[in-house]
Design a protein around this ligand. Structure first.
Ligand SMILES: [Mg+2]
Length: 273
């Protein structure tokens, strides 16, 4: 299948944000038109992010600054995917959360009890916790050491998160600290694992053949697509250089200069589910 035909055959686009739709505070010129065209041609898109420190409301506000109208329904954060995963595999369990207040609200809004009473905890959830303190690390270590069978879930494997001045430790780094103390490794939900894409397909009712993951990182975005058995599309508008691409063991199904190539292919080509 040629590039255009492949892009036209996709009805469900999972989109990375930074490096794909915008770069930092700079919106790409094609982004608004692309999102509009997805809708006009009967295609569904979801913004996928590994960041579990922000709630969807925070992202809705961020996109609104670019003049993009989005609702909570347009997003899947690793926090949401984790909540969906917990609903499915650990329904009704009492949770200990190492995560932000907004993640806590997300879990509570889905009916989970989040507790600091360690005797009640049935599952430990680790997020990108920008409100982390040492007591939480002690609590998590105590829980995991006290019960080797206790389910332990992490939202995302990223070691660092980019900021204006460089990087700060992300969820994966804290999980390494916990591993050093307890020998326990979490089940990880976010990219490059397949779960976010799989949960999205299940939730919105699309097949693997109808779904693509689009992003600017091979080792997280594209790889999560490959791991989920869907089309993995790399855009060269962000982090990946031709050199990184040439040396990567993971090969995208498609490499695009930027996501405007999707716009060019789908414009005037409706998708029928
Ligand atoms: Mg990106």
């Amino acid at each position: 299948m040629n590039k255009e035909k492949l892009l036209q055959s996709i009805g469900f686009y999972l989109l990375d944000m930074d490096g794909t739709l915008y770069l930092g505070d700079q919106l790409y010129p094609f982004t608004k038109e692309l999102l509009k065209t997805f809708r006009e041609t009967g295609r569904k898109y979801l913004f996928l992010t590994n960041n579990s420190s922000k709630s969807t409301e925070d992202y809705v506000k961020k996109l609104a600054k670019f003049g993009i109208t989005a609702t909570a329904e347009d997003f899947q954060t690793s926090a949401q995917a984790t909540a969906f995963y917990l609903q499915k595999y650990h329904p009704g369990k009492c949770l200990y959360l190492c995560g932000t207040e907004s993640f806590k609200k997300e879990l509570e809004s889905q009916g989970f009890e989040v507790t600091q009473d360690l005797s009640k905890v049935q599952c430990v959830v680790m997020g990108y916790d920008t409100e982390l303190n040492y007591q939480k690390l002690i609590d998590v270590s105590k829980l995991l050491l006290g019960n080797p069978e206790l389910p332990y879930i992490a939202t995302n494997p990223d070691l660092v998160c980019p900021t204006e001045f460089g990087s700060v430790p992300d969820c994966g780094s804290v999980c390494q600290m916990i591993f050093n103390a307890t020998g326990r490794k979490p089940e990880v939900i976010g990219k490059p694992g397949p779960l976010m894409a799989q949960l999205a397909m299940e939730k919105w009712g699309y097949t693997k053949e109808q779904t693509a993951m689009v992003g600017d990182r091979i080792y997280t975005d594209v790889k999560s697509g490959l791991n989920a058995g869907i089309t993995g599309i790399l855009v060269m508008s962000g982090e990946t250089t031709p050199e990184i691409l040439a040396n990567s063991p993971d090969k995208p199904h498609l490499v695009l200069q930027d996501a405007s190539e999707i716009l060019g292919a789908i414009r005037g080509n409706p998708f029928h589910k």
